[in-house]
Design a protein around this ligand. Structure first.
Ligand SMILES: Cc1ncc(C[n+]2csc(CCOP(=O)(O)OP(=O)(O)O)c2C)c(N)n1
Ligand SMILES: [Mg+2]
Length: 273
């Protein structure tokens, strides 16, 4: 677990490099969701980069698709594609564009238009039940994303079909593009909302790999209902001046900020090695 924490800081550096080079990206949400992705790809998901056509593979959907840089960094580190590919991020004619697309090995669904991942994951989970396969389906949503009405149609269907092979994670960093979620669209009754649609609701410290892993284990033990993990994260986690600032949703670092962030990430990484 210690080494995975160090790894997640190293992967944040890959994200920083991508965004600094391409001069575009969503650093706040990337740093927020990184520990969730590392826990999934290093501890939970049964996926083999060489066998993404395996009908029994677990499915993962990054519904908050703007955090694709974090997904690219994690997929690359797990061997889904070579490291040189990261250098092409957001360059002309590269398939590594600013939102997930399923031409890339490891990516199941095109996302980025918020509010669709949960409904698609419900379809995948339902198909798994109908085909009597034991794969699990994981979907990560942003908390701002929960303002989309389609999320709640998906939540209703998941509860109705008792999809215990489905686990949703809410990256609960309390910020969205333009400010605090509680000002834009309040979500403090999330437990009751998901609960009323027949979900098992649990909470985890969302930048703590051990806590996240325990929550995923809990989800696997729940029968007859889907699970949602409300992951309490910090947007921009890992770099002090990026943390908790709505402006860093998609701000690009200056050279000075890039150097400072690189130094902080190296320190955080070393402290966990
Ligand atoms: C349907 C749709 N509306 C608007 C946007 C523009 N947009 C991109 S990110 C974002 C904010 C998302 O906030 P949140 O889900 O909390 O993500 P995070 O804080 O994890 O970055 C918005 C509104 C979009 N991608 N899709
Ligand atoms: Mg958010």
């Amino acid at each position: 677990m210690e080494n995975l924490t160090a790894k997640s800081f190293a992967l944040r550096q890959d994200v920083l490099d991508m965004i600094y080079m391409a001069k575009t990206g969503h650093i706040g949400g990337d740093f927020s969701v990184m520990d969730i992705l590392v826990t999934l790809y290093y501890k939970q998901l049964r996926v083999d980069p060489a066998r993404m056509d395996d009908p029994d593979r677990d499915r993962f959907i990054l519904s908050k698709g703007h955090s694709v840089e974090a997904l690219y960094a994690v997929l690359c580190s797990r061997g889904f594609f070579p490291k040189e590919d990261l250098k092409t991020y957001s360059q002309y004619q590269s398939k590594y564009i600013g939102h997930p697309n399923n031409k890339i090995n490891g990516i199941e669904m095109n996302s980025g238009s918020l509010g669709h991942g949960l409904s698609v994951s419900v379809g995948m989970a339902l198909a798994g039940k109908m085909d009597k396969r034991d794969y699990r389906v994981y979907v990560v949503m942003g908390d701002g994303e929960l303002a989309e009405g389609s999320v709640w149609e998906g939540a209703m269907a998941a509860g109705h079909y008792k999809l215990d092979n489905l686990c949703a994670v809410v990256d609960r960093n309390r910020l969205q593009i333009s400010g605090c979620t509680e000002d834009v669209m309040a979500h403090d009754s999330l437990d009751q909302r998901f609960g009323s649609f027949g979900w098992h609701v649990t909470h985890a410290a969302g930048n703590d790999i051990e806590a996240l892993n325990a929550a995923f284990e809990e989800a696997k033990s729940v029968k007859g209902k889907p699970t949602v993990i409300i992951a309490d994260t910090t947007k921009g986690y890992g770099v002090s001046f990026i943390e908790n600032q709505a402006a860093w949703h998609h701000k690009v670092p200056t050279e000075e900020e890039y150097q400072l962030a690189t130094k902080e990430l190296a320190e955080r990484r070393a402290a966990n090695e």
